[in-house]
Design a protein around this ligand. Structure first.
Ligand SMILES: Cc1ncc(COP(=O)(O)O)c(C=O)c1O
Length: 358
């Protein structure tokens, strides 16, 4: 039974009747590769709640090392990882500053407020989801019993595919640290940002206290995120994970997929970015002619057609077996491990055929 009213209408038909030719709804829709499945099947495992799973431990150590942090913690999802981070940094009634469009604020079911009584303070963002160090300074509350105590700045990178540069993250983090705040980075797609900027993830992680890294987005693992930081903070997150019901047992079978992804799927994120650019290039002629607005951001394309053709265009693309997130007025297409050049070209071709007809 499908439980998500929002996502299920565009999902591939489980009976196989729908001829899906390209699924660009999200980079989360990837299936484990044969090599990844082999790594999962043969992983040495133990009971991770007893801290005895060698593969989970290897994953945590490997990701912490890549980020240049002392410790890592494997969690079941990005949502759980961000929640464990915020609850490790904030006590009841503490305030955290966050970009108005951030996933933690908008798409994580209000967990930080529900489970941690942490108070979010949304900062306004520009069209690429940036805000400035001055915005951070202005948002920190003066010590006054009327105000919550501002404790944390929560960042995200990429945000909706948009890269925040290392210098920019450094300037935000230093504004926060100067006021005594901790800084958390939701790096669900930090590997995309790092590849795009030609740096390692440690270049970003150096400036912040904790980073949540998703293995189940562009890296293509079926499950999981790793939260990295100093030993004390990760120790607190370990306890929060247990409280959230996130202590897993022979999780090494899952961690093995994540380790495989870290070893084999990081550099290839450049292919996803190139494929998104290939689609953007292919659609460029439809800009002036057909009024199609295309914004390219790493592995994401934000496409806004003229309002009067939106519905017909969505029907046409679906008939062509193309799945995307068909929000209105702007649709989202995401490239990933399971999208190849032929599928990218099919998307471009489908758009052109539609606009030749209207
Ligand atoms: C930026 C960002 N952060 C966090 C998450 C949460 O990850 P999960 O779906 O694994 O809970 C997502 C999920 O899409 C995301 O896009």
């Amino acid at each position: 039974m499908a439980l998500s009213p929002k996502l299920s209408p565009t999902a591939p038909d489980a009976t196989g009747e729908t001829d899906v030719r390209a699924d660009l709804r999200s980079d989360t829709v990837t299936r484990a590769t044969p090599a990844m499945r082999e790594a999962m099947a043969t992983a040495p495992v133990g009971d991770d709640v007893y801290d005895e799973d060698p593969t989970v431990n290897a994953l945590q150590d490997r990701v912490a090392e890549l980020a240049g942090k002392e410790a890592g913690l494997y969690l079941s999802s990005g949502t759980q990882s961000n929640l464990a981070a915020v609850l490790s940094h904030c006590g009841r009634g503490d305030e955290y500053l966050i970009g108005r469009t951030s996933h933690v604020l908008v798409n994580e079911a209000g967990g930080t407020a529900v489970l941690g009584s942490a108070v979010p303070w949304p900062i306004e963002v520009d069209e690429t989801n940036h805000f400035s160090a001055e915005d951070v300074r202005a948002a920190v509350k003066e010590p006054d019993p009327h105000h919550p105590v501002t404790t944390l700045l929560s960042l995200e990178n990429t945000v909706n595919g948009h890269v925040q540069s290392v210098d920019h993250v450094a300037s935000l983090a230093s504004a926060a640290h100067d006021r005594g705040l901790a800084v958390h980075l939701d790096g669900a797609r930090l590997f995309n940002a790092a590849i795009s900027e030609g740096v390692g993830i440690d270049a970003y992680a150096d400036h912040v206290d904790t980073v949540s890294l998703c293995l189940s987005k562009g890296l293509g693992a079926p499950v999981g995120s790793v939260l990295v930081g100093d030993r004390n903070t990760i120790g607190r997150a370990y306890r929060v994970r247990k409280m959230l019901g996130g202590g897993m047992r022979q999780a090494g079978h899952l961690a093995a997929a994540a380790l495989h992804a870290v070893d084999h799927h990081v550099d290839r994120l450049a292919d996803d970015h190139a494929r998104a650019a290939r689609i953007a290039d292919g659609l460029a002629p439809l800009g002036p002619g057909a009024g199609l607005d295309v914004v390219l951001a790493t592995n994401m394309l934000w496409i806004t057609p003229p309002a009067e053709v939106h519905g017909a265009l969505v029907d046409h693309l679906k008939e062509d077996g193309i799945l995307a997130t068909y929000w209105s007025p702007t649709m989202r297409f995401v490239t990933h491990l399971d999208v190849d050049d032929d599928q990218a070209d099919h998307v471009v071709d489908s758009f052109h055929r539609f606009f030749e007809r209207v």
